[in-house]
Design a protein around this ligand. Structure first.
Ligand code: SF4
Length: 257
């Protein structure tokens, strides 16, 4: 069973790196200010005041955003008001997190996996705001049996339900819950599906890299991310814990796992 300690441990890498990145960012801004401030004196005083305001406000927005993210991710309670804090903060800090993470010996995938765990906690924290009207299950096509000739990315109804891969099980789940389903071959097609189907909430199954970029790309549509399993290596005959998809649907529809 997943204990609270284990869950927070999964989020720990991303939250720790985010706090560290913020400190690095503040240090960089202060150093930059120290370097350029003597030259600014030769300009109009309003320029100096304006720049100070912009830098100060940016730091306040990112720091405030991160504080709310950490609080919401750890407690799974909704402190993420107003909307937008999450996006700005994560967009700014994410590349620095990846860089610092490498210095600590964490791989990109470990950091992305931790990001998905943080994202899912924020998803649960804000679930009361989520409108379950239109739920989309978005799958990476590598779940399909590698030798299957059916063109399921064009239309999942082309699946013959032979049971050689988990696509048939997920279609059955779709029928039970009467939700939308799409299978995409990559980020571009996934974005196209989101534009066409206009979901209010997405349950996505993919690898660390695709989930991380997808979650950020489709913002503000909330995404619950589920990592695929890769017993045969990347992009081939991947699998997913179907129970985790059901758990996500229960969180969305009933507010509990
Ligand atoms: S269940 Fe069978 S027909 Fe459907 S995608 Fe998998 S292998 Fe192809």
């Amino acid at each position: 069973m997943e204990t609270k300690n284990n869950k927070n441990k999964g989020k720990g890498i991303f939250l720790f790196l985010s706090i560290l990145s913020l400190l690095v960012l503040i240090l960089l801004v202060i150093s930059l200010w120290y370097l350029i401030s003597p030259r600014l004196d030769s300009f109009h005083p309003y320029i100096t005041i304006g720049l100070k305001l912009i830098l100060g406000l940016s730091i306040i927005v990112v720091t405030g955003g991160l504080f709310l993210i950490v609080l919401s991710a750890l407690t799974e309670k909704d402190f993420l008001f107003p909307h937008g804090e999450k996006q700005i903060t994560i967009k700014v800090l994410f590349p620095i997190n990846l860089f610092l993470g490498r210095l600590f010996g964490w791989s990109k995938d470990q950091i992305r996996e931790s990001f998905v765990a943080v994202n899912n906690s924020l998803f649960k924290a804000t679930r009361k705001r989520i409108n379950p009207d239109s739920i989309l299950i978005l799958l990476s096509h590598c779940l399909q049996n590698y030798d299957c000739p059916q063109k399921i990315t064009a239309d999942y109804h082309n699946c013959r339900m032979c049971g050689k891969c988990q696509i048939s099980q997920i279609i059955e789940l779709r029928d039970i819950y009467s939700i939308k389903l799409a299978i995409a071959t990559g980020g571009t097609l996934a974005r196209k599906v989101v534009v066409e189907k206009k979901p209010t909430v997405i349950v996505a199954v993919a690898c660390e890299r695709d989930l991380t970029s997808g979650i950020q790309d489709v913002y503000p549509v909330p995404v619950y991310g589920i990592l695929n399993q890769r017993p045969y290596g990347p992009c081939m005959n991947t699998r997913v814990d179907i129970g985790r998809i059901e758990k996500a649907l229960n969180i969305i529809l009933n507010g509990r796992a």
